[in-house]
Ligand binder design. Structure first.
Ligand SMILES: Nc1ncnc2c1ncn2[C@@H]1O[C@H](COP(=O)(O)OP(=O)(O)OP(=O)(O)O)[C@@H](O)[C@H]1O
Length: 577
């Protein structure tokens, strides 16, 4: 026994916890009792006890513990207690995982029906557990045979994730109800009545179409609402979108109805959207059914909001150099347009396309800077923002010098305020499509040439330009890669508060204080610009407090140059025409 006690105490790895010490003491008492029983002399017992090496060891341990208590040494690791907590947490997590993993969560499915046809291969029984999600499949009826088929399976929906139902499968029964000859709505009612699980008896399609489509990303150029579209096969499966939103088209198998997700997407399930061809067809039908509209308009056709406009038909004021701004204002108030924009041949096709194919683009540091364009209603502060940005850092930002046919004033230098040019030369540049936009005011012509913008970009600076909304198409191209910032007016109340000491330039007055009518006009013009052109806006700044707007503009410019953006695919893979 003694040897055993000693071995235990002397073992450097032995752990003398509360229980270990108690055990040793019990052993000591037993030893003493045995010695007494064997009538061994008391002094002898005491002697051997005090000499016992295990007692010496115990005392050493005691001393050692006392020393530790006195010195209170630091822990081996600073984070030992945190680490132990973490380990405890991980162990608890693993234990919870094991408990969950061992449980059986499979739904209890009803037994297989007895009356399965002999031709078992041709029939499939599909049991799905109903949850709050829709089934994610649409059905259709063959009008001649009355047979019911799965028309399409929505990507990421319940049916798709089950992998058991496919477009083209013929449904024979739903929950034991034969469905042949029923209307699709009646089949849906049968399905809706089922509780817990739903059972389909289907004849699977023999040859499933191969899915080898590449992903397509598009920017919507129109608004769409499935709830207002009577032509959609299933409104609940439809997905609404607003113009400007980017869609990831995950399925184009159907020529009429695509499946898409809105980006950024937080849902696994796609929705039905009209294909490009279908939307174009509807646009055309709508166009021919309408009386001629000389101006851009947003209309509703069978619940689909279309943007239809004619080129060069509207001229909304925005402005850069005062004279050209005045020219634009005048053109806005007359029936004859005075200002024009350069529009390449491909422009009309882009305008008429309901979807614009886009790709994610990140400017390479060696690429030219993107052109920054500002637009907004008259008086909103487009020029003020542009001016402040350039003033803030003229080494980085620069405006494009416009051309004019008017005579230079005493202090003006050609190439600084304007390029002063003859009318003949100007006409020639117009003829050769060299202006991004141009116009006439008080008998003089004004315009910004593409070469002028190119000059700034080639110098490595960021060109800041304010444009008329009609010039959007001219700057959205492979070379300029314009980033379009829309400057939006704040509420009427905020305009009144912030523009107390500001001045507007109108067609009659230069720099007069703002009036209430100016704010109303500004709001109306903003509404028009937004309804016609919002799909092209890369960024929107509400020009409330000037200081905040400047910061927002700086952030937008940095984003445009340094962060990935969705841009038209033609900028990256230019089409050869
Ligand atoms: N956030 C703001 N707060 C107060 N005043 C502002 C603000 N933004 C612009 N302004 C002032 O409003 C007036 C009109 O601005 P600005 O000339 O830049 O307008 P614009 O959009 O270029 O329109 P236009 O082409 O008609 O000149 C200027 O006096 C400008 O200093």
């Amino acid at each position: 026994m003694r040897q055993a006690v000693e071995a235990q105490v002397l073992n450097p790895h032995c752990e003398l916890g509360e229980h270990g010490l108690r055990q040793i003491l019990t052993d000591v008492i037993q030893e003493v009792r045995r010695s007494v029983n064997q009538d061994i002399d008391g002094a002898e017992i005491l002697h051997s006890l005090l000499n016992a090496s295990w007692l010496q060891s115990l005392l050493k341990i005691y001393e050692g513990l006392q020393r530790y208590l006195r010195d209170s040494p630091p822990p081996a690791l600073d984070y030992a207690s945190g680490l132990s907590l973490q380990v405890t947490f991980q162990i608890a997590l693993l234990s919870a995982h094991d408990t969950v993993a061992q449980k059986v969560y499979e739904p209890v499915l009803p037994p297989m029906p007895d009356d399965l046809p002999d031709d078992e291969e041709a029939t499939r029984i599909v049991c799905l557990v109903k949850n709050k999600q829709p089934l994610g499949a649409t059905i259709k009826r063959n009008e001649i045979s009355g047979e019911i088929f799965i028309a399409r399976v929505i990507h990421g929906g319940l049916a798709d994730r089950s992998g058991l139902l496919h477009a083209g499968d013929r449904i024979i029964e739903v929950n034991g109800f034969p469905v042949d000859g029923l209307e699709p709505e009646q089949v849906i009612q049968v399905q809706a009545r089922s509780q817990g699980t739903i059972m389909f008896k289907v004849i699977p399609i023999t040859e499933r179409p191969v899915h080898n489509q590449t992903m397509l990303y598009v920017r919507a150029m129109v608004d769409y609402s499935p709830q207002q579209d009577p032509a959609i096969p299933c409104a609940d499966a439809g997905m609404s979108f607003r113009k400007g939103e980017v869609l990831e088209v995950v399925d184009q198998m159907d020529a009429l109805w695509w499946q898409a997700k809105k980006l950024p997407s937080n849902t696994a399930c796609a929705g039905l959207v009209p294909s490009s061809n279908l939307l174009k067809r509807k646009q055309r039908e709508f166009w021919w059914s309408q009386p001629y509209h000389p101006h851009a308009c947003v209309q509703t056709c069978e619940g689909i909001h279309f943007l239809v406009w004619s080129l060069k038909s509207i001229c909304l004021s925005a402005g850069f150099r005062r004279s050209l701004r005045l020219c634009r204002r005048r053109s806005h108030s007359t029936t004859q347009p005075f200002c024009h924009t350069r529009c390449p041949n491909s422009c009309s096709s882009t305008l008429n396309s309901p979807y614009e194919e886009v790709v994610r683009y990140q400017r390479h540091p060696q690429d030219a800077q993107r052109l920054i364009t500002l637009l907004g209603p008259c008086g909103v502060g487009v020029n003020e923002l542009r001016r402040r940005l350039i003033e803030m850092n003229p080494n980085i930002f620069q405006g494009a010098v416009p051309h004019t046919t008017r005579a230079p004033k005493g202090y003006e230098e050609s190439g600084r305020e304007y390029y002063f040019t003859s009318r003949e030369m100007f006409d020639n540049m117009v003829y050769n499509n060299r202006f991004l936009d141009y116009g006439e005011y008080k008998g003089n012509l004004y315009g910004t040439s593409i070469e002028s913008v190119r000059g700034v970009l080639n110098s490595g600076k960021i060109c800041i330009m304010d444009i008329d909304p009609n010039a959007i198409q001219a700057v959205r191209n492979h070379e300029l890669r314009a980033y379009i910032v829309y400057v939006k007016p704040p509420s009427q109340e905020r305009l009144k508060e912030t523009r107390r000491d500001s001045f507007i330039t109108t067609s009659c007055y230069v720099n007069r204080p703002f009036k209430d009518e100016d704010f109303q006009e500004m709001e109306e013009a903003a509404r028009k610009i937004e309804s016609h052109f919002s799909q092209f806006f890369d960024n929107v700044i509400v020009n409330d407090e000037l200081q905040d707007s400047c910061i927002q503009l700086l952030t937008a410019v940095r984003k445009s140059q340094d962060e990935p953006q969705w841009v038209p695919v033609s900028w990256i893979r230019p089409t050869t025409t």
